[in-house]
Design a protein around this ligand. Structure first.
Ligand SMILES: *[C@@H]1O[C@H](CO)[C@@H](O)[C@H](O)[C@H]1NC(C)=O
Ligand SMILES: *[C@@H]1O[C@H](CO)[C@@H](O)[C@H](O)[C@H]1NC(C)=O
Ligand SMILES: *[C@@H]1O[C@H](CO)[C@@H](O)[C@H](O)[C@H]1NC(C)=O
Length: 251
């Protein structure tokens, strides 16, 4: 009797245990199902919203935010273009027409009037910045921008100091620029990885790696923040993933 009672107690306990385990299993399977299907549903919804946004918005994936830099990093250089002149060349002449320079006279055996300009090789950043002002997918909302443009006139600035025998002088503006841009609120979203700049000189002019006055270039592209930024130049090095040569098409 005792034994029977004990065994019925045991059976009861076993049934209870079974019930608990079974109900846990059901709960677990149901929850896991909800979790998996919920996730799938969620990704389906967000994927279709994402694709839908491409369908309705011609600018989706192409929005650009342009940083408003202190003028010493760009417009002041244009205003004081006589200080940019080098090798007896008057840079003020070459910075007109949005950086394209003066139109060349017609020469019917070579080109038509109005179609060719005497462009200086170092004005790419001025041309690019003027083009960007007319770009159709600009946004002032950095959080919806796909890329953030830093309109620093790196080549014009470097041109004034590259021949200086003092690396402190050469690096002053590049360091100020990087300190400025990395302290902006727009930087923190992706630690600068969505930023890009365009520089109208070859990359080696910005890649001095040693702080020795006899080495060429400034270190714009070797500063810690620069590694985050994509940089377009008139000629890139082949050693760095965040660099590319820029192609500008006349429209
Ligand atoms: C036009 O180009 C030809 C060939 O280079 C040259 O001989 C001629 O002087 C040019 N004419 C002008 C007006 O520049
Ligand atoms: C961004 O803001 C500036 C200054 O308020 C304004 O001139 C410009 O039109 C705005 N651009 C866009 C794309 O909304
Ligand atoms: C380089 O320039 C800095 C800043 O103008 C100056 O303090 C420093 O003495 C200069 N160095 C040399 C070697 O002239």
């Amino acid at each position: 009797m005792k034994k029977t009672k004990a065994s019925s107690n045991n059976q009861h306990r076993l049934r209870l245990l079974f019930l608990i385990v079974a109900s846990f299993l059901v709960c677990f399977i149901a929850l896991y199902g909800c979790y998996v299907y919920g996730l799938a549903g969620f990704s389906y919804l967000s994927a279709s919203a994402y694709l839908g946004s491409f369908k309705n918005d011609a600018c989706a994936g192409k929005y650009i935010f342009v940083h408003q830099l202190p003028p010493k990093f760009n417009f002041d250089l244009l205003r004081r273009c006589e200080t940019l002149s080098y090798h007896m060349k008057d840079m003020c002449v070459y910075l007109q027409n949005d950086g394209f320079g003066p139109p060349m006279a017609e020469n019917s055996s070579i080109f038509e009037a109005g179609s060719w300009f005497a462009t200086d090789q170092f004005s790419l950043e001025v041309i690019f910045h003027s083009r960007m002002k007319r770009y159709e997918c600009l946004t002032n909302d950095s959080s919806s921008a796909d890329a953030l443009y830093v309109p620093f006139y790196a080549a014009l600035e470097a041109g004034r100091n590259l021949e200086s025998q003092n690396t402190t002088v050469r690096d002053k503006a590049p360091m100020e620029l990087m300190d400025y841009i990395s302290s902006q609120k727009e930087w923190s979203a992706m630690e600068g990885r969505d930023h890009f700049l365009v520089a109208g000189r070859i990359a080696w002019d910005f890649r001095r790696s040693i702080d020795d006055d006899t080495y060429w270039g400034n270190k714009l592209m070797n500063l810690p923040q620069s590694e985050q930024i994509t940089m377009l130049t008139i000629e890139s090095t082949t050693y760095h993933e965040n660099e590319a040569g820029a192609i500008c098409e006349q429209k």
